[in-house]
Design a protein around this ligand. Structure first.
Ligand code: ZN
Length: 323
């Protein structure tokens, strides 16, 4: 019996919340530090195709019916390319480190106060950053190793997300162009040095701690973090902007997406460490904004084909007798 109870607890823990919206008004962080358990996942009958049916209150309905869902294939027809100067981003470094949590189906860095994003006359505050593996957005049809989502919320409870692709460093790759002199002071204090040329110090520092939060619901403290490395990387590129949704239930729309044209890199060893904890947490690619929801489109096509087949097909022949 004890073994059965333990198995149930483990099963519940693996279905823990993994949200683009975690630590926002949609899913505020628990005051007591516990992790909220949700009933969705990425496989089988709790996977993305079933998200709309998992909540009796039809809270997740947009997952199957929304016409501006995320993630999508980032081809030029679906986004507006915006210069980095359109976004005013300020994120202080975290010299004391911060909390790094395992929410069951993602791992998440909790933001210290003070990070702001100003765009189109609105001001958003940085809430958290979490990781998807493999990338949720496709880079013109191509999946990338991982994707980081930095989640921001305005006082009017609007949400903005900056998505950044993460690639694994290939031996002999050129070193990154993002070396912030102002970051050197903190960088010297960071516990984890980049394990490979070209690897992001921020990512190496954070994700190398993934094994400390291998269990869903667990929390650890990061070493000091230099956020200016990430901000400077964003500012060196531009953003592919579109209006989409949360990529997790309740799949709310009206999310301001900004996918960076810049790429972060991590060492192979750190990638494997992150992968061993995250596993797989990427929603299937949605149709372009404005098109019929991909699940509705699939269902309509399947039902149509089945009904035509039923009309056209001759009566099913009896199974041949065994010889
Ligand atoms: Zn996300």
């Amino acid at each position: 019996m004890a073994r059965f109870t333990t198995a149930l607890l483990v099963a519940s823990a693996t279905q823990v919340l993994s949200l683009c919206s975690h630590n926002t008004f949609l899913h505020p962080r628990a005051e007591n530090g516990t992790v909220e358990v949700k009933n969705f996942g990425y496989r089988g009958n709790i996977g993305p195709l079933f998200w709309a049916t998992l909540d009796a209150g039809r809270v997740n309905e947009r997952c199957a019916s929304g016409s501006k869902q995320s993630p999508i294939d980032m081809v030029p027809e679906v986004f507006t390319l915006r210069p980095a100067s359109d976004l005013e981003i300020v994120v202080p470094d975290f010299p004391e480190g911060t909390e790094f949590e395992n929410l069951g189906t993602t791992i998440e860095v909790i933001a210290r106060p003070g990070g702001t994003l100003k765009v189109d006359g609105k001001t958003f505050e940085l809430q958290q950053a979490h990781f998807h593996l493999p990338s949720e957005h496709l880079d013109a049809g191509t999946s990338r190793a991982m994707e980081m989502h930095a989640v921001w919320q305005s006082a009017e409870q609007e949400i903005a997300v900056i998505g950044t692709y993460i690639d694994v460093v290939v031996d002999g790759a050129a070193p990154p162009a993002t070396t912030a002199p102002a970051a050197a002071r903190f960088r010297r204090r960071q516990a984890a040095a980049p394990a490979a040329a070209g690897a992001s110090t921020f990512l190496e520092t954070v994700l190398s701690k993934a094994d400390a939060i291998a269990t869903p619901g667990s929390v650890t403290q990061t070493p000091p973090l230099v956020l200016s490395e990430i901000v400077n990387l964003w500012k060196a590129g531009s953003f592919q902007a579109y209006s989409g949704s949360l990529t997790t239930p309740p799949c709310s729309e009206g999310v301001n997406w900004f996918v960076s044209t810049q790429t972060l890199r991590i060492s192979a060893a750190t990638f494997e460490k992150a992968r061993s904890v995250i596993g797989f947490n990427s929603r299937l690619t949605q149709n372009a904004p404005g098109q019929l929801n991909v699940q509705m489109a699939a269902l309509a096509t399947i039902m149509s084909d089945l009904s035509q087949a039923a009309v056209a097909a001759p009566p099913v022949a009896a199974a041949p007798a065994a010889e």
